[in-house]
Design a binder for this molecule. Structure first.
Ligand SMILES: [Zn+2]
Length: 321
């Protein structure tokens, strides 16, 4: 039997990228979901994949987002919570605002026809002890907001140079100590509870460099051969170290700059969408050759069933980077 791996998609929309980049055009909520979602569902269908899609409440409350969630759910994929406003500075929010980020998104997802979410991923990998407590309170099964990589602080330095002043944040992408967080699944201790499981976004075992699809697309822009060799190495290391990868995808993995106007700044957007979709198909095929692919809730359920001994105290999580 093959070991388990999961595939998840953060349904980050064009406006969310523009917003984080400090581009005022985001206020009109430009959307590339009608182009990206059918294309992604087609790739998933070709590989007979069941994935998890982390949806943003502000989109799901709007027509194209609701349509996307309905189509995703009808195709058998899990829909999870990716916050309402997709602001990567959740640690600045009050408890009441954090709660409304969760509740509004849950309500929009249910109104769009999908089951109430049991999984959460913070925008920009932001998560706080207070947020974890709310997830426990609201009956969530898992969080998937951590990204154990050393590239976070570097990405943050880059981001702070490239965005408009108001949006700059020394708290984006997690702090330096998160580099040492576990790569595999573990339990969060939140007060007396240890019911919430963390499923980190997998990074290259040992090296802790990113292996999510957008990073592979960035390598793809430099050299398709390099992107493939790098991902093969990642899978080999995952197999050797007994890590069942949780692979993260984004709509930009099947879109190019002509389909995402204003996102020319974003790595990998110069690659034509057909070539990107090609790489994504290859990545999923390689992953499927070695692992049984499921959504994140199922990945967590299997990790629980196998026994999760490792525990981390939520209070030790930095509330700011
Ligand atoms: Zn996101």
């Amino acid at each position: 039997m093959k070991p388990t791996a999961s595939v998840s998609l953060d349904l980050d929309n064009l406006w969310a990228y523009l917003k984080t980049h400090g581009d005022q055009d985001w206020v009109d909520y430009p959307s590339f979901l009608p182009t990206a979602v059918p294309r992604l569902l087609e790739v998933f269908g070709e590989h007979r994949l069941t994935t998890t899609v982390f949806a943003v409440g502000a989109d799901v409350e709007r027509e194209d987002g609701a349509k996307a969630v309905a189509a995703i759910s009808a195709a058998g994929h899990e829909v999870a919570n990716h916050s309402w406003g997709h602001e990567p500075w959740l640690h600045r929010y009050s408890r009441a605002r954090l709660e409304s980020e969760l509740v509004r998104t849950e309500e929009a997802i249910v109104a769009a026809g999908a089951p109430k979410p049991i999984g959460f991923r913070g925008p920009g990998y932001s998560v706080t002890p207070e947020l974890l407590a709310l997830l426990v309170e609201r009956g969530y099964s898992y969080d998937a907001s951590t990204w154990p990589t050393w590239i976070g602080p570097i990405a943050r330095a880059y981001h702070n140079r490239s965005v408009a002043e108001g949006a700059a944040s020394d708290e984006l992408f997690g702090g330096v100590s998160r580099v040492l967080a576990p790569v595999g699944a573990y339990r969060w201790r939140v007060g007396a509870s240890a019911s919430l499981v963390e499923l980190p976004v997998t990074t290259m075992p040992l090296l802790r460099t990113p292996i999510h699809a957008s990073y592979l697309q960035q390598l793809n822009q430099a050299s398709p051969k390099l992107a493939r060799a790098y991902f093969r190495t990642a899978l080999r290391l995952c197999l050797l170290r007994g890590v069942g990868p949780s692979l993260l995808l984004h709509p930009t993995d099947v879109l190019d700059a002509t389909e995402a106007p204003g996102m020319e700044f974003f790595p990998g957007m110069a690659v034509p969408s057909a070539r990107k979709t090609d790489l994504l198909g290859w990545v999923l095929g390689e992953l499927r050759r070695h692992f049984e692919l499921v959504g994140t809730a199922e990945h967590v359920a299997r990790a629980r069933a196998a026994g999760l001994n490792r525990e981390r105290d939520a209070r030790r999580l930095e509330s700011r980077g």
